[in-house]
Design a protein around this ligand. Structure first.
Ligand code: IPE
Ligand code: IPE
Ligand code: MG
Length: 233
């Protein structure tokens, strides 16, 4: 029930996918990129407005330096490789998270890609990198405090609507459907504010095995939910 405008996904299980095959974890991440391709395409053709993908959490930087640096390299090469294809499909790109952690080269490539795709009017693809929901709320509070000191906003005018304008997903619709793969039943510090009224869908499928048919299962499941938003008709 209701239209599906915004899907967010915690893409989990790459490491376990690789371990099951006695492969290094990074091969699981590489295989995960294929799932990203099919899901982006499937959302674009279904007129989904926003797809937000959790690619790297603030906590993920505490993994081994080897895994973190390989993930950075993978991120850079995918950004470079895919930008033209995204543009061809009229896809807009937003990267959210504390990008200051990333090497300067990645930061620049990310800025260039977002700039190139900024005018596109199809699917908005949001990649959360070095992102955490708590970080997002804290950085919004810091921005709003600065705006208040500068006299641009009055404390009395800080409310749900004005506050959300300072969040990373400002101007995107609220998340309708949150998907997590790999069987874990937690949020792991992904979007917090934006999932206030999301429908949750958990699947045991590992992220590298997720594809269009898995997405359709999730969407069908969502379509059978009774979203009441606290009201009763
Ligand atoms: C998700 O897969 C991708 C990232 C967190 C970067 P994991 O790497 O968390 O895979 P598992 O949970 O160890 O299987
Ligand atoms: C969350 O998955 C982060 C991403 C999918 C990018 P993790 O695998 O890092 O989370 P935990 O450790 O299971 O909570
Ligand atoms: Mg995991």
């Amino acid at each position: 029930m209701g239209t599906l405008k915004h899907i967010a996904i915690i893409m989990d299980g790459n490491g376990r996918w690789a371990s099951k095959r006695s492969l290094p974890r990074i091969l699981g991440h590489q295989q995960g990129i294929k799932a990203v391709h099919s899901v982006v395409k499937a959302c674009a053709i279904r007129d989904i407005k926003t797809l937000t993908l959790f690619a790297f959490s603030s906590e993920n930087k505490n993994r081994s330096t080897e895994e973190v640096s390989l993930l950075f390299k993978l991120f850079l090469s995918v950004l470079k490789q895919e930008v033209k294809k995204l543009n061809k499909h009229n896809i807009r790109l937003r990267i959210i998270g504390d990008m200051s952690l990333f090497p300067a080269k990645i930061q620049q490539t990310a800025l260039d890609a977002q700039k190139l795709l900024a005018g596109n009017t199809g699917l908005t693809l949001v990649i959360a990198a070095n992102y955490s929901g708590q970080w997002d709320i804290a950085q919004s509070a810091a921005k709003i405090a600065k705006a208040a000191i500068a006299g641009d906003i009055e404390a009395n005018n800080i409310n749900v609507e004005s506050f959300s304008q300072y969040l990373s997903l400002a101007n995107e619709p609220n998340v309708d459907l949150l998907i997590r793969t790999s069987g874990e039943l937690r949020i792991s510090n992904f979007l917090l504010w934006d999932i206030a009224y999301s429908e949750f869908y958990f699947t045991k499928t590992l992220w590298p095995d997720f594809d269009e048919s898995e997405l359709i299962k999730a969407i069908n499941n969502f379509n059978n939910r009774n979203r009441r938003f606290g009201t009763r008709l």
